[in-house]
Design a protein around this ligand. Structure first.
Ligand code: 5GP
Ligand code: ZN
Length: 114
């Protein structure tokens, strides 16, 4: 989708610090990190929110989690711990409407989240 910033990152039109990619997903450092390690994992295909994901996308959902795990390992978080977050709709803090999984770590993460 041409007006989507994450589609433009997938297409290479906007630079990003990629940390992982495969045929279905791309992961890159968040431009405004909220933790020492903060990356985003996205599907190459444009899907606006988790609520637009179809039953036929169930393999893709698994691929996103496996990529997030690979990103956590790449960022050195496997032993210290990490958190995955999918903000869904503006009321939960979603600001980019292309599904993404936040991978957060590198500091103690409080619970419950804000
Ligand atoms: P959301 O608020 O939708 O859950 O998360 C969107 C995230 O995308 C934010 O953490 C924001 O910092 C990040 N972001 C927005 N635009 C860009 C960009 O152009 N490049 C990168 N690397 N991250 C971005
Ligand atoms: Zn998109």
């Amino acid at each position: 989708m041409k007006d989507c910033v994450f589609c433009r990152i997938v297409g290479g039109e906007i630079p990003a610090k990629r940390v992982f990619e495969d045929d279905a997903t791309v992961a890159f450092r968040d431009a405004n990190p909220v933790a020492p390690a903060h990356a985003l994992v996205i599907p190459r295909a444009h899907i606006a929110t988790l609520d637009e994901v179809q039953d036929s996308d169930r393999e893709l959902l698994g691929r996103l989690l496996l990529s997030a795990r690979a990103v956590a390992a790449e960022l050195g978080l496997s032993s210290t711990g990490y958190r995955l977050v999918i903000n869904t709709h503006a009321g939960a803090g979603q600001s980019v409407f292309h599904v993404h999984v936040h991978v957060l770590g590198g500091r103690p993460l409080g619970w419950p989240p804000g």
